[in-house]
Design a protein around this ligand. Structure first.
Ligand SMILES: C[S@@+](CC[C@H](N)C(=O)[O-])C[C@H]1O[C@@H](n2cnc3c(N)ncnc32)[C@H](O)[C@@H]1O
Length: 250
């Protein structure tokens, strides 16, 4: 990627995510100057997206929703499955990123790109799968966003999430531990860019759903060559529901 494009994105990140005004206006102010370079820069830091998409059920004739879908980069990870869906809805609050997503989705008549707040948006029909890809950490009322996403699912459908996080000080058995230094450093490092790493997201998801898949990892971020940021990939189904017939998760 050209250094000039990187410099523009880094400058925007250095100026920070303004705390003033409605959430949508703040997102637009932050992303509009970097929208055209968003994909190239984030490609090197948003790990696990392909892994999540490959684990999600996207059956022929099915309905899939990405909440906080940004530029629609994740559409590419569905490959041939995308064209066989009855509907794919990409929902986001930032017009500059949605403009990129609309260009990307131009060849797909079954893809709808929608401007809405994911804490309140509801689709006309329930979905086979709903997911957040690096969006929960940018949504102030993330609990409401998760609850609202669960309400979009048809019985047996799944919720997927990939995002940055930090572990709880005392994580549940079997979960990754992060040093005190890491738990202090990463939330501070990301906060300037409006990304709020939390130790509460993963426990909330695990409590709200029956876990289908969980992987925790670390991944490189640009211009910090010796450090790797923690992220997780999670898939869960609403509790007490049998898997959708024809889904191929387990
Ligand atoms: C880091 S980007 C991730 C974009 C995309 N999912 C990806 O993987 O490249 C976070 C996205 O969440 C969106 N977002 C944040 N809060 C939102 C809200 N309340 N409703 C809809 N979208 C929101 C932002 O506009 C942005 O596009």
């Amino acid at each position: 990627m050209p250094l000039a494009a990187d410099a523009r994105t880094l400058w925007r990140l250095a100026r920070g995510f303004s705390g003033r005004g409605p959430h949508g206006a703040r997102l637009e102010r932050f992303y509009a100057p970097q929208a055209e370079h968003y994909d190239a820069f984030r490609e090197r830091m948003l790990h696990g997206r392909r892994e999540l998409i490959e684990r999600l059920p996207a059956p022929a004739g099915g309905r899939v929703i990405e909440l906080g879908g940004g530029t629609g980069r994740n559409l590419d990870f569905f490959g041939e499955r995308l064209g066989a869906l009855a509907a794919f809805e990409l929902v986001d609050l930032c017009p500059a990123l949605l403009a990129v997503a609309r260009r990307r989705a131009a060849g797909w008549p079954n893809v709808a790109v929608l401007e809405a707040d994911v804490t309140s948006y509801q689709p006309a029909e329930p979905a086979h799968c709903v997911y957040f890809s690096y969006a929960l950490t940018m949504i102030p009322d993330w609990r409401r966003a998760i609850d609202n996403a669960l309400a979009m699912l048809r019985p047996g459908a799944v919720l997927g999430v990939v995002d940055f996080y930090v572990a709880e000080a005392r994580p549940a058995p079997g979960l990754a531990r992060h040093s005190r230094l890491a738990r202090g450093f990463w939330p501070r490092w990301f906060r300037r860019g409006g990304v709020r790493l939390s130790a509460a997201h993963l426990p909330y998801l695990r409590a709200a759903t029956a876990e289908v898949h969980l992987a925790e990892g670390v991944g490189r971020v640009p211009y910090l060559p010796w450090l790797a940021a923690p992220y997780y990939v999670f898939v869960g189904r609403r509790r007490g529901e049998a898997p959708l017939r024809g889904a191929w998760l387990e």
